[in-house]
Design a binder for this molecule. Structure first.
Ligand SMILES: [Zn+2]
Length: 225
């Protein structure tokens, strides 16, 4: 579980922002820093070392993470665009909201759970306050919430895959698959980030995210570097 008063938690939020807006990770870090009125990420980390911590009353980590922050970047439609949904419900009298868009984000008072497209990425559980009454501290609540979030993620994956060419999810006899965004046909795929080489079947099974490091489909290439 990540706590909001933790620098890694801000990095997680930046990663999410980068994915959603398809911007470079360092730009997302700067956007997060801007949210807290720092000129750039480096200034934020320098302040952090001197003891600065985010003021929860003045900012909303989830709003930043889900893209409604004032980042000066143009929002891009998600892969398999146009099916964003938002629903409300409750678990043991704790209300929650679940948003399904480029990923699944479920949240309530003081907590959030994020499940990404790639099955290789573990759900991220975040806690935004230290209240003893925060339901995210209750393992039974967490397991019920995770079940709901994971079911939603499965639906999201099925929906995205249904928008892709069939050859993107089903290798041909030679094991080749078609990249759903860039269109190349190959039986070997290379990750820009970690140098992993994956088969077509592995790419299809992991929603075209790198099976090793979960890099997004735009970072997957037929040619090595
Ligand atoms: Zn990788």
């Amino acid at each position: 579980m990540t706590n909001y008063n933790n620098l890694n938690s801000l990095k997680t939020i930046a990663k999410r922002l980068a994915r959603r807006q398809r911007i470079a990770h360092h730009k997302a870090l700067d956007a997060i820093a801007n949210e807290f009125e720092f000129p750039h990420w480096k200034a934020l980390t320098a302040a952090w070392r001197k003891g600065w911590r985010p003021d929860l009353a003045k900012s909303d980590a989830l709003a930043i993470a889900t893209n409604s922050g004032n980042a000066n970047t143009q929002s891009c439609p998600p892969i398999g665009l146009g099916f964003a949904t938002k629903e409300q419900g409750s678990i043991d009298a704790h209300n929650y909201t679940i948003e399904i868009d480029f990923e699944v984000v479920m949240y309530g008072q003081g907590w959030a759970i994020c499940v990404e497209q790639a099955p290789s990425e573990k759900p991220v559980i975040e806690r935004y306050n230290d209240s003893r009454h925060n339901p995210i501290l209750d393992p039974a609540f967490v397991s019920k919430a995770l079940a709901i979030a994971n079911t939603a993620a499965e639906k999201l994956r099925a929906r995205i895959a249904s928008d892709w060419p069939r050859r993107s999810t089903m290798p041909d006899r030679q094991g080749r698959v078609l990249h759903p965004l860039t269109g190349g046909l190959s039986k070997r795929w290379h990750c820009l980030h970690c140098d992993a080489v994956s088969t077509g079947a592995q790419m299809a099974a992991n929603m075209w995210h790198c099976p090793k490091c979960s890099a997004t489909p735009i970072d997957i290439f037929a040619e090595p570097f």
